[in-house]
Design a protein around this ligand. Structure first.
Ligand SMILES: Cc1cc2nc3c(=O)[nH]c(=O)nc-3n(C[C@H](O)[C@H](O)[C@H](O)COP(=O)(O)OP(=O)(O)OC[C@H]3O[C@@H](n4cnc5c(N)ncnc54)[C@H](O)[C@@H]3O)c2cc1C
Length: 310
């Protein structure tokens, strides 16, 4: 009788592949199978980072990095102590994939192609004999005295000694039912995150296309974010807005997506300094309109819009 243990990984995404290839590498006695409900694996990796795959972030402090996670700060801190940014860089480098960082800290493969990351993970899977079963949608999971029994929607069955659930997220709570039933875990109801802000009928939408760095705050909360903001024909977008939507995701859902934001259009200036600058302008260039003043680092259309606001 074989003593080979079988690890089944549910989900052929980034997390499932990373778990599978590392487990297979670290324990040559382990049989590893990935089951994937779709007909292709690593589909999200393909589109991530605009097709370039933002692999990690150029941040080497665990507390600083953990602060960027809206609700999982303590959890990721513990995980990062086991595997952090230098480990990610080294993991890919030792498999021939060099990564580079950009001014905003995002790190991409030097090829600027997510396919490089996909190829690397697929090669690792091949190298360590990880089996991949496609179109295997786990419909039922049963805990047994020794391990797990998996039943696919098409009737296929699998037996596992060890199980890794890496099935990504689902938008609706009931989509986790099969997992809750088998494991008894509780699931926090998912809410949308990383969305833009609609300002129907707001005059600022006339400035669509204008982009500038801001600090943006959800009124009545402690949530704020800093970074580029893009004015669109429907409202506000850009990294600062997306980040704020992630940090305030639960609050915004509870508020029925009716909320106020406060935008600081000059996040690197302070009020006293600006007031002094305007007084100086009045004294030195009394005949020149304030709209033509030098030193205001705002896009001109936005500056004129703000001056015209009542
Ligand atoms: C447009 C876009 C851009 C992104 N850009 C970036 C980026 O640049 N950098 C970054 O870090 N992140 C980015 N992300 C997020 C990133 O892609 C995800 O966080 C990551 O792919 C999640 O990986 P995962 O393995 O946890 O889940 P997934 O990639 O969702 O994989 C889960 C897999 O499980 C399968 N599955 C689900 N249920 C079952 C079941 N019952 N049986 C069998 N299989 C099942 C699914 O089909 C899926 O293939 C982006 C996401 C999107 C959509």
């Amino acid at each position: 009788m074989s003593s080979t243990r079988h690890l089944v990984v549910i989900g052929g995404g980034a997390a499932g592949f990373f778990c599978a290839v590392n487990a297979a590498r670290m324990d040559s006695q382990l049989r590893v199978t990935i089951v994937e409900k779709a007909s292709r694996v690593l589909q999200k990796v393909k589109v991530s980072g605009g097709g370039r795959c933002n692999v990690t972030h150029h941040c080497f402090s665990i507390p600083d990095m953990a602060r960027r996670y809206p609700r999982g700060e303590q959890f990721v801190k513990r995980a990062f102590r086991h595997f952090f940014v230098p480990d990610t860089i080294e993991w890919f480098a030792s498999r021939g994939v060099a990564v580079k960082h950009e001014a905003d800290g995002r790190m991409f493969p030097v090829s600027d192609s997510s396919q490089t990351i996909i190829d690397c993970l697929l090669q690792e899977a091949n190298r360590y004999g990880v089996e991949v079963l496609m179109n295997f949608s786990v419909a039922e999971l049963t805990k047994q005295a020794q391990g797990w029994h998996l039943q696919a929607a098409d009737g296929r069955q699998l037996q596992a000694d060890l199980l890794c659930v890496a099935c990504g997220g689902f938008p609706k709570l009931e989509q986790f039912d099969w997992l809750v039933k088998a494991t008894g875990h509780s699931i926090v109801a998912p809410v949308p995150s990383l969305f833009t802000f609609n300002l129907p009928g707001h005059a600022i939408t006339q400035l669509m296309g204008v982009a500038t760095p801001v600090r943006i705050k959800l009124v009545g909360t402690r949530w704020e974010a800093e970074g580029p903001c893009l004015i669109t024909h429907w409202g506000l977008s850009g990294p600062a807005v997306l980040r704020l939507s992630a940090f305030g995701a639960r609050h915004l859902a509870e508020a029925g997506y009716q909320y106020s934001v406060l935008v600081n259009w000059l996040p690197h200036e302070n009020e006293t300094g600006l007031r002094e600058q305007f007084v100086r302008h009045r004294q030195l260039k009394a005949t020149q309109k304030i709209g033509n003043t030098d030193g205001i680092t705002l896009p001109q259309r936005l500056w004129h819009f703000l001056l015209a606001m009542k």
